[in-house]
Ligand binder design. Sequence first.
Ligand SMILES: [Zn+2]
Ligand SMILES: [Zn+2]
Length: 358
Amino acid sequence: MARSAVFTGSGHPLALTSFEPPVPLGNEILVRITYCTLCRSDLHTYSGRRIEPMPTVLGHEILGRIAAFGPEASHTDFQGMGAIVGSRITWAVTAGCGECFFCRDDLPQKCEKPYKYGHVRVPLDLPLGGGLSEYILLKPGTFWFVLPDSIPDRIASPANCATATVAAILRYAGSTKNKNVLILGAGVLGVTACAMARSGEAKSVVAVDPSDSNRERALTFGATHVLAPDYERLVSQVTALTENRGADIVLELAGSAASAQASLSLARMGGVIIFAGTVSPTPPLSLDAEMVVRRMLNIRGVHNYHGIDLQNAIAFLAGPGQSYPFDSLIHSELPLERVEEAFAEAAAHPGMRVAVIP
Ligand SMILES: [Zn+2]
Ligand SMILES: [Zn+2]
């Protein structure tokens, strides 16, 4: 028998439920989960700030080993690497149908009928679908990857959430080589962006965050300068650090309306602004169209990612990412039976990850 921690609503303790792991059918792959980190969205659901279909098994930053292939499942990963029973893998949080307009238009993360691990309603007699479980069943259309041994679980776990999202953000932002990159928000996404931009040979990486400890940490992840978000002074501070032009690339990862508003004034003429931090309702911004026209701004939103971004994220963690202390983002590791404690610890340590080891 196997166990899952089933979530039935905020305020109800997670129920450890036993079930018989299923035999995978068709293209499905059964995975024995070895590691799952709690993400901010899991905390929001747990605390009731975000509503998901219930009952559900939370957790989408997941790693595991293949336990069984369905009879028609591919034995090669997204990049064509062979896998066997026992191979350690990670996979994209969203599985697309492969057939709808958005899947065919290369936006599988915006599939009309997506399957989102850690965000789906599960039957109580077979609670499979999230990371807070001993097993999970991968659906057809899931981009999955064999993980290189050089990336330990602690570092690989956020690959399919924070790291892949930042890889997508930077793919849309364009090359950071010799660019002045400004990063608003230095949480897990922000420090990952610092490290990736610096590895991409950015000229400067300026991280902005209200927390002293986040700013200090950003310096260890490749930020060349750190600033507190004093929005009155930020434009002049950034201008001074960017040859009086403003940033070539501005990444808004803080998700506050004030930060998003400020980003519009911090990019240089012809600069790129990516909005990726705002994933819950915030007051609207005031946007001066003439300013956008005359300053030739490129403004783009990025949400979730494509398989190619997860591939780039894994390559980064296995390569240049090794120079940065990604290990330090894990605050603690707890077994599945202490999952309640894991949520409490994660809530008490924002900007860090707490892991559950089923
Ligand atoms: Zn996540
Ligand atoms: Zn689709």
